[in-house]
Design a protein around this ligand. Structure first.
Ligand code: TXA
Ligand code: MG
Length: 319
């Protein structure tokens, strides 16, 4: 943990005005979205964006999501399309990120896009995030507010534990309701699932009336055609074993459905509840410094994204 601690701001008018003013002067502000807490900076300010990479220890080839309050704000930065319009009207604000071609005079720092000709955009639903974005009045680059490669934060406390004084302020608006990062869909050249997440793939396919292509995940750090698909990610300190029906001696058991275990993602087997609990339960078990076994999670709806995060948490670590 870092020795210094960030300023904690309330999600009220005064706290959010303060957060917006800090963003405007180039400071880093962590803020809640319905998915996870983001580490925000003015996406037009290169020095501020560089601060995000430094605070997270994030590889520079991994581009950031730009947060906007609405469709009209998003259109300022990209070449909008009919497919983007269908998806944004159906799911924004909400846990969906769209990757679109950059507009000519976008004004975003090239660090945000890591030099790619596209940018990832998202309008978060969290009411306090909406007020913050409207008050700030500009694009906010924000990856998840955790040290790179570690478990994502779903409470302000997780952010403080992970980043401490590396962030100027944290808006504390309680626990995130979705609990998994947004689903990322690339729209060029054709609709492609780049990351499973808080919006089930089935909902996106139903709204478009077509199946999305699925990008194969590269196995190592070197082949980042769609960044963010690093095999080892979201990793706890402890080792993690998937599809366990019981705990081996010394292991902690993370359960799903009615069963004896140390912590349960959802006793009733509800995948939305399990998603909301996932990162917090991993943080809690990880604090106990013992290997973690995880019960099987069904592979449908949000189960795809939950299994994706668990698979990455259990993958061999990168050097
Ligand atoms: O729910 C979320 O998406 C959270 C909250 C804070 O909004 N943010 C988040 O950001 O998860 P981050 O940086 O942890 O993940 C962003 C992902 C990365 O995997 C990155 O590689 C991918 O988006 N990405 C960003 N720009 C891209 C682009 N132009 N093309 C392809 N992938 C892109
Ligand atoms: Mg992340």
């Amino acid at each position: 943990m870092n020795k210094t601690s960030p300023l904690i701001l309330q999600p009220d008018a005064a706290g959010l005005a303060r957060a917006a003013a800090l963003l405007a002067k180039g400071s880093l502000v962590a803020f809640p979205t319905e998915t996870v807490y983001g580490l925000g900076a003015d996406a037009r300010n290169g020095a501020a964006v560089a601060g995000i990479f430094a605070a997270k220890d994030r590889p520079h080839f991994n581009p950031l999501i730009v947060h906007v309050p609405s469709i009209s704000a998003a259109r300022r930065y990209v070449v909008w399309s009919d497919t983007a319009d269908i998806l944004a009207r159906a799911f924004w604000p909400g846990p969906l990120t769209l990757v679109l071609p950059l507009a000519e005079d976008h004004g975003l720092s090239p660090l945000v896009t890591a030099g790619l000709p596209t940018v990832a955009l998202r309008a978060p639903a969290q009411a306090s995030a909406q007020v913050l974005l409207e008050t700030f009045g500009g694009p906010v680059a924000a990856p998840s507010a955790n040290p790179s490669g570690r478990i994502s934060p779903t409470t302000a406390d997780h952010v403080v534990q992970g980043l401490g004084g590396r962030v100027t302020a944290v808006v504390d608006d309680g626990a995130c309701s979705v609990g998994l990062e947004s689903t990322i869909v690339g729209l060029v050249p054709e609709p492609t699932l780049l990351r499973a997440g808080g919006l089930p793939l089935e909902a996106i396919e139903a709204s478009l009336g077509l199946r999305l292509s699925n990008l194969p995940r590269p196995s190592s750090n070197e082949t980042v055609t769609a960044p963010g698909q690093l095999a080892s990610h979201y990793a706890p300190n402890a080792t993690l074993r998937m599809n366990a029906t019981s705990a081996a001696p010394g292991e902690l058991l993370l359960g799903f459905g009615p069963m004896a275990c140390d912590l349960n993602l959802s006793v009733s087997g509800d995948l939305y509840e399990a998603a909301a609990n996932l990162f917090d339960h991993l943080h809690r078990l990880d604090d106990l410094n013992r290997p973690i076994a995880v019960a099987p999670i069904p592979m449908h709806g949000l189960g795809n994204a939950i299994n994706d995060r668990l698979n990455r948490a259990s993958a061999p670590r990168m050097p």
